[in-house]
Design a protein around this ligand. Structure first.
Ligand code: NAD
Ligand code: TYD
Length: 341
């Protein structure tokens, strides 16, 4: 792996992955192709450890001519595909763009690693066993359906054309540089500003939470030692209900900002109308990646949340730039103003 093409590398996980890779491997050259949608920003790439080894290209993964040009100009040997529309709520309000971006076919001519989600497997009851690599697909949101479709295309290219691919299906990530439409950064920023903390439904939905650097490490292990054609499930082995995550963020803010006018921050918690088709529970079995590649998550959830809250407190300029450039207030209005308590 010498010349790596990262798609969607200006977004949350993609930018953390580029930071992570530059710390791990000083020699690798990274071309970063990103369409700079509302979720992508050059702010996420400002403080790279080796900027001279990173080339940003503004463009879409759907532009085949551009991809061909990048492949031949930069002798790309490995692709990691993060590019996607990634937010379930947006896929409910505007599903079409998810079909256009997320239903991709892999690029030929290099090892192609496709970053996918556990949401392709659908939802679990309290009694169901966790998702694993063999779990049948049963996506329920337009986001999950479009991601499932791309997973199928990637596998079809392997069986039909012999493309060297791999796929990871990962659970919910959190950490620095996550766009504040997702649960954790949204709650941090709303709490800091004394705004309501909108908990959907009864707040007892369950996600499996993984610190983003652990995900980056899992992808690197798969690129290095993963078997071609294989799928790996990746997760954090942490499954608190949403309300517990929100309360923990409130506790952390009470500790870090005891003089805040909004403390105790839990007074801001507001139950609002549930997300349509809301998946109740995710849980993921990581036995395969642990057994074959020796990977398991190393971040503790509480500590990861403390680090994440501290990061948002220490980066107000990032928050300002990201929210300004993305028409953020309009998104908040669209998603939350008509939600009944
Ligand atoms: P994100 O929304 O923060 O970033 C997505 C990036 O893709 C943005 O920079 C955006 O500009 C870019 N992009 C969108 N359409 C593009 C296109 N057509 N061409 C090129 N770039 C384009 O998303 P994220 O949270 O960083 O997620 C990255 C990937 O990981 C996605 O594929 C997502 O499905 C997957 N994933 C995310 C999570 C999670 O918890 N966030 C969990 C599992 C898997
Ligand atoms: P989210 O971060 O959007 O990720 P995903 O839907 O991909 O799991 O949401 C995580 C959980 O938090 C999910 O169960 C929905 C819930 N949620 C809220 O209760 N309130 C909110 O304002 C948001 C954004 C999410």
């Amino acid at each position: 792996m010498k010349n790596l093409l990262v798609t969607g590398g200006a977004g949350f996980i993609g930018s953390n992955f580029i930071h992570y890779m530059q710390k791990q491997n000083a020699d690798i050259r990274i071309v970063n192709l990103d369409a700079l949608t509302y979720a992508g920003s050059l702010e996420n790439l400002k403080d790279l450890p080796r900027p001279e080894q990173h080339l940003f290209v503004h463009g879409s993964i759907t532009d085949r001519a551009l991809l061909d040009q990048l492949f031949s100009e930069h002798k790309i040997d490995t692709v990691v595909n993060f590019a996607a529309e990634s937010h379930v709520d947006r896929s409910i309000l505007n599903p079409g763009v998810f079909v256009d971006t997320n239903v991709i076919v892999p690029v030929e001519g290099a090892r192609f690693h496709h970053v996918s989600t556990d949401e392709v497997f659908g939802t679990l009851t309290r009694e169901d066993p966790p998702f694993e690599e063999e779990t049948p697909y049963a996506p329920r949101s337009p986001y999950a359906a479009a991601k499932a479709s791309s997973d199928h295309f990637v596998r079809a290219y392997q069986t039909t054309f012999g493309l060297p691919i791999s796929i990871s299906n990962c659970s919910n990530n959190y950490g620095p540089r996550q766009f504040p439409e997702k649960l954790i950064p949204l709650m941090i920023l709303n709490a800091l500003n004394g705004k309501p903390l909108p908990v959907y439904g009864d707040g007892m939905q369950i996600r499996d939470w993984l610190y983003v650097d652990d995900h980056c490490e899992a992808i690197l292990r798969i690129l290095q030692d993963g078997r071609e054609g294989e799928t790996y499930c990746v997760g954090g082995d942490n499954q608190p209900p949403n309300i517990e995550i929100v309360k923990t963020i409130c506790d952390i803010l009470d500790e870090l900002q005891p003089d805040s006018a909004f403390a105790p921050h839990s007074q801001l918690i507001t139950y609002v109308a549930d997300r349509p088709g809301h998946d109740r529970r995710y849980d993921i079995n990581i036995a395969k990646i642990e057994r074959e590649l020796g990977w398991k998550p190393s971040h503790d959830l509480r500590q990861g949340l403390v680090d994440t809250v501290r990061w948002y407190l220490s980066n107000p300029a990032w928050v300002e730039a990201i929210t300004k450039q993305s028409d953020y207030d309009n998104w908040l209005k669209k998603n939350y103003s008509d939600r009944k308590a």
